[in-house]
Design a protein around this ligand. Structure first.
Ligand code: GDP
Length: 289
C-alpha cells in the first residue's frame, strides 16, 4: 500500500548528509516533491508541506532524524487541521446525517457500514432509502439493512426523495432512534439537478451532518468534487471509500488541506465491518512505511 511515498522515503532521507548541509536538505526536499506529486498529493498541498518541512528542519538542525520528525509532524498537522474525526452525535437525538457522493463512490455501501458501526456501539439506527436515481439502490440498501439487522425506511410508491427523507425523519423522532442515515442519489458527474435535489432535502430535514463519500481511487477528482459539494451544499465531513485499493495515498492529504473539512472515516473493503475511524497517526505511518 502507498507505494509512491513509502517506496522512496528511505532514499530521500539518505540524501541528507550532515548538520548544516543546506544543499543536501534541498536535494531531499526536491526528491520529496517528486514522491508527493507521484502519490497524487495536490500541487498546492505539496508546496505548503515542502515549505513547512524545509523551514522546520532548518529550525531544529539539519539531520536525518530531525527531517523525519518534522515530516511526520507536518503530515499530521495537515490531516488534523479541520477538527473532529469519527462520528459526532447531536445533543438531542436523532442525529440526522445526509450521505452524499457521486454514483459508484460507495455511498450506499458506506451508509450500511456506518449504520453497522453505530449499531455495534449500541445505537438505535434507521437508514432511509432516498437514492431513487439508481434503479437497484433501494433494493441494495434493503439487503444491506437486513444483513446487519438495522431498520430501514423506504417508500416504493413515492417518487419524491424529499418526501421520503421527511417521513423518515418523522419516524426517527417518533420512534426514538439515535441516528438516521439518509442515502441520497448520486450521479455519474456533478450536475445542477442533483445539487438542487440535495439542497431541497437539506432544507426539508435540516440534517446535523452532511457526509461526502469520496472514492479514493479517483485521485485528484475526489478533491475537486468534494470542493464542489462543499461550495454548493456544504459538507461537514468526508468519508474516503476504497482506501484499501489506493496505492498512492495522497488523496487524504489533498482533501484535508484543499477542501478543509475533517476526514471522518475510511472504507477499507467491501464488507460491512470494513470501516475505520480516520486516525491521522495511522495514515502517516502508512504513508511513511
Ligand atoms: P454508490 O453508487 O455510491 O451507492 O456505490 P456502492 O455503494 O454501490 O459501491 C460501489 C462499489 O464500490 C461496490 O462494489 C462496493 O462494494 C464498492 N466499495 C464501496 N466501498 C468500498 C471500500 O471501502 N473498499 C472497496 N474495496 N470497495 C468498496
Amino acid at each position: 500500500m502507498f507505494d509512491s511515498i513509502t517506496g522512496s522515503i528511505r532514499g530521500i532521507v539518505n540524501k541528507i548528509r550532515h548538520q548544516d548541509d543546506v544543499t543536501s536538505l534541498s536535494r531531499a526536499i526536491s526528491e520529496l516533491k517528486k514522491a508527493f506529486l507521484k502519490a497524487d498529493v495536490h500541487h498546492k498541498t505539496t508546496k505548503e508541506l515542502l515549505n513547512a518541512i524545509e523551514i522546520g528542519t532548518k529550525n531544529i538542525g539539519i539531520g536525518q532524524d530531525n527531517f523525519i520528525k518534522v515530516l511526520k509532524e507536518e503530515l499530521t498537522k495537515t490531516l488534523t487541521a479541520n477538527g473532529n474525526q469519527g462520528f459526532v452525535f447531536s445533543s438531542t437525538p436523532p442525529t440526522v446525517v445526509l450521505m452524499t457522493g457521486l454514483q459508484g463512490s460507495g455511498k450506499t455501501t458506506t451508509t450500511g457500514k456506518l449504520a453497522n458501526y453505530l449499531k455495534t456501539r449500541k445505537k438505535k439506527v434507521l437508514v432511509a432509502a432516498c437514492d431513487l436515481q439508481r434503479l437497484a439502490a433501494v433494493e441494495q440498501l434493503k439487503q444491506i439493512a437486513a444483513s446487519i439487522e438495522v431498520d430501514i425506511y423506504f417508500d416504493e410508491g413515492e417518487k419524491n426523495p424529499i418526501k421520503i427523507a421527511f417521513a423518515a425523519k418523522e419516524k426517527a423522532i417518533k420512534e426514538h432512534y439515535d441516528v438516521l442515515l439518509i442515502d441520497t442519489a448520486g450521479r455519474l458527474a456533478i450536475d445542477e439537478e442533483l445539487m438542487e435535489q440535495l439542497k431541497d432535502i437539506k432544507n426539508a430535514i435540516n440534517p446535523n451532518e452532511i457526509f461526502y463519500v469520496a472514492d479514493s481511487l479517483t485521485g485528484h477528482d475526489a478533491t475537486k468534487t468534494a470542493t464542489t459539494f462543499k461550495e454548493k451544499i456544504g459538507i461537514d465531513g468526508v468519508i474516503l471509500s476504497k482506501y484499501d485499493g489506493d496505492t498512492k495515498g495522497g488523496v487524504a492529504l489533498s482533501i484535508a488541506s484543499q477542501v478543509e473539512v475533517p476526514l471522518r472515516f475510511i472504507g477499507i473493503g467491501e464488507k460491512m465491518p470494513d470501516l475505520e475511524v480516520f486516525i491521522p497517526d495511522r495514515i502517516v505511518s502508512r504513508l511513511l512505511g
